[in-house]
Design a protein around this ligand. Structure first.
Ligand code: GLU
Length: 445
């Protein structure tokens, strides 16, 4: 086993061993077929943004997706109709209530959010039938693309919920009675039962969560399942509403967007980091898998995964703040030294985003660019510039140039250029020495 495989698999295995004996909780039995699940089943899976798969225990055991389908069908509705249209019919406020509560807004009848049953039934109803692709086929296809393989329906579980799902039907009737909906939630509730009965494994759920974490692109197949902004919208609603009446406590203690389901599935997503899933059918009173909750919470604690816990790595971005005369290889001579003294130099490394770009520009000011003289920005060791960082650095250098100051970059890979731009607007060199030499040669002094 390789180093990474060993480290991550060991962490999952250790949690599996640690919590396999936790046997409090109950099997869901209001859908009779779910009460037949093996109470000892317990699987964990993690999929990275590179599509690396890790698992422990029963990660390949099939079960029905139930409410873990909700964020993905919401994603489909958002992709087809957009946030404004979807929000007219289903809100995005935490209800603080149980999954099957009559969570409807006073006056309009709009469900609180798409993670509770009322809102999920509306989200399902919003997916229109298309020629050759009825609503359920579109949903099944979407769930399959999130998982990265063709999924199917557990007909026994479907029949079991269809035979006993009067509360959800009643909810659908109530919703229909409250407003001028563009679709029929009563007709859609049967599709909702089918969507809940789609069969998955913990590894499938980890892939689905990883796809949301990866901006809507499945990291196993490379398939763009939903647009990036939709993935972010869904993660936001999972963060505030995904755990029903335990959502606030979960965000506080675990700090990851998540969704639970009554068959014992539980997903959590670390944006741009990983998708995580657990399966274990014994549930706590909020309808969340007991072992799944314990395992994911402990993993988040141990690996520092809480979203709000992002210690800034000071100094990791900026590697040098100086003036050119302090650099090695300064040619002898007072005049030359004085010229180079007027050249501010800052160097950066790694992937630059908004936060990093702010640090780089601040460093350039600290180096002296905030006062007089020329400025050199060394991007030789920068591995990526996102569009925001590029615009900020270009803007910062342009402001110096507008003050009549000489500016140059060491940018051998042309990262500061806009895509498609041939010669940059900033004077660019392949090395810091060349950039400094150009600035110093022409600096007054
Ligand atoms: N099919 C279930 C229901 O609608 C899903 C509930 C859940 O997983 O929380 O009652």
């Amino acid at each position: 086993m390789s180093a990474a495989t060993g480290a991550v698999t060991d962490a999952l295995r250790e949690l599996h061993t640690r919590y396999a004996g936790a046997d409090e909780g109950e099997l869901a039995d209001y859908i009779p077929e779910l009460a037949l699940a093996d109470p000892g089943a317990f699987g964990l899976a993690l999929i990275s943004m590179d599509g690396h798969r890790y698992s422990a225990g029963d990660a390949g055991v099939p079960f029905t997706v139930q409410s873990v389908s909700k964020p993905f069908v919401y994603a489909l509705a958002l992709s087809l109709l957009g946030l404004d249209e979807v929000s007219r019919w289903v809100n995005a406020e935490p209800s603080g209530e149980a999954f099957n509560a009559i969570s409807l807004e006073r006056g309009t009848g709009r469900p609180a959010n798409a993670m509770v049953n009322a809102g999920a039934i509306v989200a399902t109803a919003l997916v229109p039938d298309a020629p050759g692709a009825p609503r359920f086929e579109r949903i099944l296809d979407c769930l399959s693309r999130f998982a990265g393989r063709k999924l199917d329906v557990d007909e026994e579980v479907y029949a079991s919920e269809a035979a006993t799902g009067d509360r959800n039907r009643a909810l659908a009737h109530l919703i229909r009675s409250t407003g001028p909906l563009p679709m029929d939630p009563v007709a859609a509730v049967e599709t909702y039962f089918r969507q809940c009965a789609v069969r998955v494994t913990a590894l499938d759920l980890a892939a689905m969560a990883a796809t949301l974490a990866h901006g809507g692109v499945n990291p196993l197949t490379g398939d763009r399942v939903v647009p990036e902004h939709v993935a972010a919208q869904v993660l936001a609603v999972m963060a505030t509403c995904g755990m029903y009446d335990a959502s606030g406590d979960w965000l506080l203690r675990v700090g990851l967007p998540a969704k639970s389901g009554v068959s014992g599935g539980l997903i959590a997503a670390g944006p741009a980091r990983f998708g995580l899933a657990a399966y274990s059918p014994l549930l706590d009173p909020t309808g969340t898998s007991v072992r799944g909750r314990l395992a994911i919470r402990t993993l988040s604690d141990r690996l520092g995964l809480h979203l709000m816990h992002n210690p800034a790595l000071a100094g990791a971005t900026v590697t040098l703040v100086t003036t050119a005369d302090e650099l090695p290889a300064v040619p002898a001579g007072e005049r030359e030294r004085a010229r180079r003294e007027r050249v501010a130099v800052a160097a950066a490394q790694g992937a630059l985003d908004f936060t990093a770009a702010e640090r780089v520009l601040y460093a350039l000011d600290e180096a002296g660019a905030g006062r007089t003289g020329a400025a050199v920005l060394d991007l030789v060791r920068v591995t990526d510039l996102d569009t925001v960082a590029r615009a900020m650095l270009r803007g910062g250098l342009a402001r110096l140039a507008a003050d009549g100051r000489r500016t140059a970059v060491a940018d051998p890979d042309g990262r500061l250029r806009e895509p498609g731009e041939k010669t940059g607007t900033v004077r660019s060199f392949t090395s810091r020495d060349e950039a400094v030499a150009w600035c110093a040669a022409t600096a007054s002094g």
